[in-house]
Write a protein that binds this ligand. Structure first.
Ligand SMILES: Nc1ncnc2c1ncn2[C@@H]1O[C@H](COP(=O)(O)OP(=O)(O)O)[C@@H](O)[C@H]1O
Ligand SMILES: [Mg+2]
Length: 462
């Protein structure tokens, strides 16, 4: 937009009197302004619309429409309403002057014209007019700049948003990929480990089973035969109370009374030991059941018991600590359709973590209360609402810090030293419960108080 110079201007003079027109034109001609003339109101309106003058000098008394009507029409026309109008009126006519102002005129000049006065007034109003125009132009320019800036800002904001969204999308894709990778890794490790270990355990259990049963079976006979020999010996003693010297010496030497008393006890403890071995074998075979293709009706309690039996060596007292107490609070459960092998593995992981946490609390001097006794509680129940089976495994071990809790779902996260912890136990357990059994696994933990895991699985997998 062009900004007008203050001294330029287009002046429209409207008067029906050629004399007046001439006088005024003369007064203004030297200024360099462009002078337009009209001899009546209609002509003035047409010229004003067409040429858009900077000031209109308007006579009041004219044939046709008079100056006031002309002024009124100019003021109500959007093309001409901003043009300042100066009325030309007789010196004495106060009414006309007032009326002119009320119609929107900016000033008046009186007839007969004083050239100096006309010039001064027109000059002043032209200056005001041009200043106003300048201001308007600047305003317009500012508005445009603001609009442009706003548009650029909006564009920038949109771009930033798009960028943020893309970064977010990409980040989530990446973290999903990472998560999948971890899961796949966990699965792989689990499968590898389980198949190798499961095979080994099942093989050993099978191989040991036969000879142990053999021993167990024969121990019955052995005990029977021993008793017969002892009875026979007693009969000899009864009927031959004075044996030959060599026999008497032998009796003394081997302390026959002690032997007779101790031997059945030896047999009985061998029997007990072998019985324990068969139980352990049963537990191992149960634990490593390689049956992950079809879910089958399972006694959950038997799975828990087998697992605890296998873990007995870790629960027993040792030089660092007394025995860890296991409290079973079993509810009445139906047979649960599940994969017993993997499920036992979950129990194993949770019990092992509980034992680790209890041992940790013995190592941690802050926590060594003299009467502290490591305790693992396993509770089972039916959830009345969902009719799922609940298995709670709680320990009074060291518990978890907030950081550990936050990171618990990360595969391979462990706080245990290399060689002891793999950080896979819980990931594997979560996978087994959530993916294989459509169940849920949650936990609650308080530092230096203990931890509780809460598993729920449906009685029948959907
Ligand atoms: N019962 C628990 N008490 C305290 N911390 C636990 C318990 N169970 C798990 N954690 C924490 O979670 C981590 C991950 O457990 P897990 O996945 O079984 O791997 P790992 O036992 O090999 O470390 C452990 O290192 C431990 O910090
Ligand atoms: Mg573990």
């Amino acid at each position: 937009m062009n900004i007008p110079a203050l001294e330029t201007g287009v002046i429209l003079i409207v008067d029906d009197n050629p004399n007046n027109l001439e006088v005024l034109s003369e007064a203004l001609i030297d200024t360099g302004w462009e002078i337009l003339v009209a001899v009546n109101g209609e002509g003035a309106i047409a010229q004003a619309e067409y040429a858009c003058p900077d000031i209109i000098l308007l006579d009041v008394m004219m044939p046709g429409i008079d100056g006031f009507t002309t002024c009124d029409r100019l003021k109500s026309n959007p093309l001409t309403c901003d043009i300042p109008i100066i009325f030309m009126t007789a010196l004495s006519d106060t009414v006309d002057k007032v009326k002119g102002f009320s119609l929107g005129a900016v000033d008046y000049i009186t007839k007969p014209f004083e050239q100096e006065e006309v010039l001064a007034r027109v000059k002043t109003h032209l200056k005001i007019r041009n200043l106003t125009k300048q201001q308007q132009a600047q305003n317009q320019q500012l508005k445009q700049e603001v609009a442009e800036r706003l548009a650029v800002e909006a564009k920038l904001q949109k771009l930033t948003q798009e960028l943020e969204q893309r970064v977010e999308e990409r980040t989530s894709q990446l973290s999903q990929a990472l998560h999948n990778l971890h899961q796949a890794q966990v699965s792989l490790v689990q499968r590898e480990k389980m198949s190798a270990l499961g095979e080994l355990v099942a093989g050993i259990a099978h191989e040991i089973n036969n000879p142990v049963n053999f021993i167990l079976g024969n121990l019955g006979h052995a005990s029977e035969y021993t008793q017969s020999f002892i009875d026979l010996l007693r009969l000899y003693q009864k009927y031959y109370p004075q044996p030959e010297e060599e026999i008497a010496n032998k009796i003394d030497e081997i302390d026959i009374d002690y032997l007779i008393c101790d031997f059945p006890e030896i047999i009985s403890s061998m029997h007990k030991g072998t019985k324990r071995m068969t139980q352990m074998i049963h537990a191992l075979r149960h634990f490593s059941r390689r049956d992950d293709t079809v879910a089958q009706p399972t006694d959950i309690h038997e799975g828990i018991d087998s697992t605890l039996l296998i873990l007995q060596y870790r629960l027993k007292a040792n030089p660092e600590r007394p025995e860890i107490q296991v409290i079973k609070e079993y509810g009445t459960l139906p047979l649960v359709e599940c994969f017993p092998g993997p499920l036992n593995q979950v129990f194993m992981n949770l019990f092992a973590n509980g034992i680790d946490a209890i041992e940790e609390s013995f190592v941690n001097s802050n926590f060594s209360v003299p009467e502290y006794q490591g305790k693992i509680t396993v509770r089972t129940d039916i959830n009345e609402q969902s009719s799922g089976v609940i298995i709670q495994i709680a320990d009074n071990g060291i518990g978890m810090t907030e950081e550990v809790k936050q990171r618990l779902s990360e595969p391979m996260f462990t706080t245990k030293p290399v060689g002891k912890g793999t950080g896979l136990g819980l990931s594997i357990s979560r996978q087994i419960i959530e993916e294989k059994h459509s169940g849920t696994i949650r936990f609650q933990s308080e530092l230096e108080k203990g931890t509780e895991f809460w598993i729920e699985i449906p009685v029948v997998i959907n």
